[in-house]
Design a protein around this ligand. Sequence first.
Ligand SMILES: [Fe+2]
Length: 374
Amino acid sequence: MPAPVLQQARILVVDDEPANVLLLERVLQRGGYTNVASTTDARCVLQLFQEARPDLVLLDLRMPYIDGFAVMEQLQPRIATDEYLPILVLTADITAAARERALSGGAKDFLTKPLDATEVLLRIHNLLETRFLHLQLQGQMHVLEEKVAERTQDLDLARLEILERLSRAAQYRDYDTGRHAQRVGELARLLAGELGWSAERLALIRQAAPLHDIGKIGISDALLLKPGRLTPEEFEAMKAHTVIGAGMLSGSRSPLLQLAEEIALYHHERWDGAGYAHMEGEHTSPAARIVAVADVFDALTHRRPYREAWPLEDAAKHIRKEAGLSFDPDVVSAFTRVLAHLSEESCTSDPAEPPRAVPEPLAVVGGPHGGGTI
Ligand SMILES: [Fe+2]
């Protein structure tokens, strides 16, 4: 490393002998080091250290009030574990015990008194070179970490966009154009939040819930777009979208896709066990029980070709009536609280602003497809 770079280093000299301090200052000046702070009073070291933020400390061991060992003890908590901050000990006491104690206290090297100017400069050069290389390496690691974080974020965004477009593709084959899936995601997130889910899991359900009907990609248009009521056989065929969707999402190591798989598979199960696969109560996934409520509420409150949208109050009443039957009672309680919060928010919002809608809900009780969402 070029000497001019090292000569920018900040150096702190601590020795109770003014003559030693003066000598070291002159030696350092001769070596081209100009950022030097010094003290003969060890009690001032801590403050000086915090002010000067040195790259190197030259420290005497035998001093009144506080000796060099105690000074190192004071400094240690202020030196980050991943920071290489050399302490060069100046001592006439070169016993093995003193060396061992100094090394374990944080010293990186020793200089024996009386000091030799050439040796002082060489040791200082070596220690500073190591420190600066360490800092350089840390800087490069920081840049690399930032680049990795940036790329990871890009990948996450690309993955989310692909999932959103995939769910939109499935919805295009149905009576909506993708907004239904996103509304279900948003309502599912609100419900999960009310149920105390962590921020990380809230983000997951928000992203996974819109994929609940992804399996409809595997259902024929003749069924999906049939204007009239489905026959029992057709209804059975339509039910396969849960298994198809789960199959499309299965086998991933991504927590997001694993959650999406659960939701796709179980979102038509009922709390009383009368759903598609007759899975009862808590035997399904908590996320799917949340999505089941969000899915039906959104379906009811939005228009379909074969019926008008239900008023919010009627749809909410239906959801509450189904607690313990179609739906997990805890999720229904959370749903009631979410609606109350939303309605409070719309009451307290600026009257000039349009009232904030409940995240647009989805599909069909009593529709031509035979009641409930599909
Ligand atoms: Fe479905």
